[in-house]
Design a protein around this ligand. Structure first.
Ligand code: GLC
Length: 428
């Protein structure tokens, strides 16, 4: 009897004692990207949040490497209304498709800080008046080039046109091959996935071939300039780009460049911080430039980027939103910019001395970031993922040489018409 009273007494202490209650941990899980040092930086920020919020434990969960795989894993959780992940790192092309799974962050204080961020990003993440994600970092496709090799082979500046890039790549590749059989002129992402859609948009737009689907939602992809662009890229493979290009994604292409096995690389800004690490073969021997254009077109960078969203199925929405806004705050964006070259979504950080000292290209290439070309996700909303799969699938066939560029864009046009039911227009 005495024992029972004692146990009840102990239990009462745990149930009613506010001190014990305060020490009870609340756990919150955030799924983040794993490209480069993304996860490490998220972990560090999570630790700061924990220190400042005693009793909160933040679990940083690694999401798969590519956007496509991440999307499938996230949708598996959200489709079954799982409360396991509270905060999701979502791609700039997903708000339309994911919005019904996400809370309106304006109801959790985001409306007070939204104006720190670039308007276009807030607009991109606002679906039917709901702010479904807070911008975290932005991306634009860039050209990485070897300053030492350009100089050695007598080129005074990085290429401005695709013709120039081809010429420089050929010359440098021929020279370097004498000592290094693994050397290639130009490395980029040609696997059948979202990254190929980004590369293809850049080739097509920079050849004055439009945006695949224009701002009014009309399908414009089947045009002579776009055909030229895709056929040019297909010709690179095996000539200035490795045969395994059709298997390359961001990370595998970065590794080739970092090992000193390529003159040029197309990739996102994060590579800057990693390739600059002392132990890397190319540290101090490369720089960044806008991607080349054809004579008729203009340099074009695909607009990328990631945002933080809170699941409707979270059991701690308030805290999850607090964590998302903390992660996207100027303080954490600055840390990620300085250490990882992740481009802030907060305008004033582009004037911050430490940010610019770590990443001089944020200033030099500001126009590239400002004019980056969006994929047609706002126009196609929930259908965007299918749109993009059609783009990468058909272009992949052309890269592999299974069909010509002309046929690939004809097929793509038919697939998009079937899906979207829109009329096709010639580009202006
Ligand atoms: C980068 C971009 C993202 C894009 C992806 C494609 O992560 O930020 O927007 O979808 O690359 O591979």
């Amino acid at each position: 009897m005495k024992k029972t009273i004692f146990l009840v007494f102990i239990l009462m202490i745990f149930v009613f004692n506010p001190l014990v209650l305060a020490e009870e941990e609340v756990e919150i899980t955030m799924a983040v990207g794993t490209v480069g040092i993304e996860q490490e930086l998220a972990q560090r920020a999570a630790e700061i949040f924990e220190e400042e919020n005693p009793g909160v434990k933040v679990n940083i969960q690694a999401a798969p490497e590519t956007s496509d795989e991440r999307r499938s894993v996230f949708l598996q959780h959200l489709d079954r209304e799982s409360p396991d992940i509270d905060v999701y790192q979502i791609d700039v092309i997903w708000p339309g498709e994911f919005s019904h799974f996400l809370v309106d962050l304006n109801e959790y204080g985001a409306d007070d800080i939204a104006d720190q961020h670039f308007d276009a990003m807030i607009e991109n993440n606002t679906i039917d008046g709901k702010l479904v994600a807070i911008p975290w970092f932005t991306d634009a496709g860039l050209l990485y080039y070897r300053t030492d090799l350009l100089e050695e082979y007598g080129f005074s500046a990085p290429p401005e046109t695709w013709d120039e890039l081809e010429e420089m790549a050929e010359v440098i590749q021929a020279g370097e091959r004498e000592d290094n059989p693994d050397f290639w002129g130009y490395v980029w992402q040609g696997y059948d996935y979202e990254g190929l859609t980004c590369n293809a948009l850049e080739w097509i737009h920079s050849h004055a071939g439009g945006r695949i689907i224009n701002e009014d939602g009309e399908i414009t992809v089947n045009n002579e300039q776009a055909i030229k662009a895709v056929s040019r890229a297909a010709d690179w493979i095996g000539e200035i780009s490795p045969p395994e290009t059709t298997g390359l994604v961001e990370e595998s292409s970065r590794v080739i460049f970092e090992a000193g096995n390529a003159a040029f690389l197309r990739n996102w800004p994060y590579v800057y911080a990693l390739a600059s690490e002392e132990e890397k073969a190319v540290a101090g021997k490369f720089d960044l430039a806008p991607l080349p254009a054809s004579d008729e077109g203009e340099s074009s960078a695909a607009l990328g980027g990631w945002n933080l969203a809170v699941s409707r199925f979270s059991e701690n929405k308030e805290l999850a939103a607090e964590l998302a806004l903390f992660m996207a705050s100027p303080r954490i964006q600055k840390m990620r910019a300085v250490e990882g070259a992740f481009n802030p979504t907060i305008e004033e950080l582009y004037e911050d001395e430490e940010v610019l000292a770590a990443n001089p290209f944020f200033e030099d290439l500001y126009e590239v970031f400002e004019n980056a070309v969006p994929r047609p996700s706002s126009q196609t909303g929930e259908l965007y993922n299918e749109v993009s799969s059609f783009i990468s699938e058909n272009i992949y066939l052309a890269l592999n040489g299974d069909i010509g560029a002309r046929t690939s864009l004809e097929y793509l046009e038919i697939d998009l018409e079937d899906l979207l039911g829109f009329e096709t227009r010639a580009i202006e």
